[in-house]
Unconditional design. Structure first.
Length: 154
C-alpha cells in the first residue's frame, strides 16, 4: 500500500537510514544510523511498536596539544510497546519493553594516553503508568515518564 488509508491500513513500516559528517577547525564528526520500526494495530484500539535502531558515531576534538576521540555504537529495540489509540486520555504505554545498548570508547592523547570504555544496557518495562521500572546493569530504578527523572535506585 502506497499511502495510509483510514479503516484499511493495518500497519506502517518506517525504514530510515542517515549518514552525516561535519568538520570544523578543531572538530570532526561522522555518524551513521538506521531505524526499522513497524507500528501495527490501526484497525483496532491499540498501536503496537516493534523494531530496532542502530547508530555508529566517531567524534574527534583537538585542543592545544591534546586530542579526544569518541567512537561508539548503540542499538535500540522496541518489543510490543503498546499504546491506546486515544493517547490524550492514556499517554503512557500499556506494556512492552524498550532496550538500549551502548558501547563507547574515549581515547584522550596528550602528555599521556588515557582510554575509557563504556558498555551499558538499559531496559524499560512499560506498565500503563508514568512510573515505570528501568534497569541499568545491576541497578533497578523508577523512570518517571512525565518528568523525565529517575529515582529509587537500588
Amino acid at each position: 500500500m502506497e499511502k495510509f488509508v483510514k479503516g484499511a491500513t493495518e500497519s506502517i513500516h518506517y525504514l530510515v537510514k542517515t549518514d552525516g559528517s561535519e568538520s570544523k577547525d578543531n572538530y570532526t564528526s561522522v555518524s551513521h544510523s538506521l531505524r526499522d520500526v513497524t507500528v501495527s494495530g490501526f484497525l483496532g484500539p491499540n498501536r503496537v511498536w516493534n523494531g530496532f535502531a542502530s547508530s555508529a558515531d566517531t567524534n574527534s576534538y583537538k585542543e592545544d596539544l591534546s586530542t579526544r576521540k569518541y567512537t561508539g555504537l548503540s542499538v535500540d529495540t522496541l518489543k510490543a510497546v503498546t499504546f491506546v489509540d486515544e493517547r490524550a486520555a492514556h499517554p503512557y504505554p500499556l506494556s512492552g519493553v524498550a532496550i538500549r545498548v551502548v558501547d563507547y570508547v574515549v581515547v584522550s592523547t596528550g602528555k599521556q594516553v588515557e582510554t575509557t570504555t563504556v558498555h551499558k544496557r538499559v531496559v524499560v518495562t512499560f506498565n500503563g503508568t508514568a512510573d515505570v521500572p528501568i534497569s541499568l546493569g545491576d541497578y533497578s530504578c523508577v523512570l518517571h515518564l512525565d518528568t523525565h527523572k529517575v529515582d529509587g535506585c537500588k
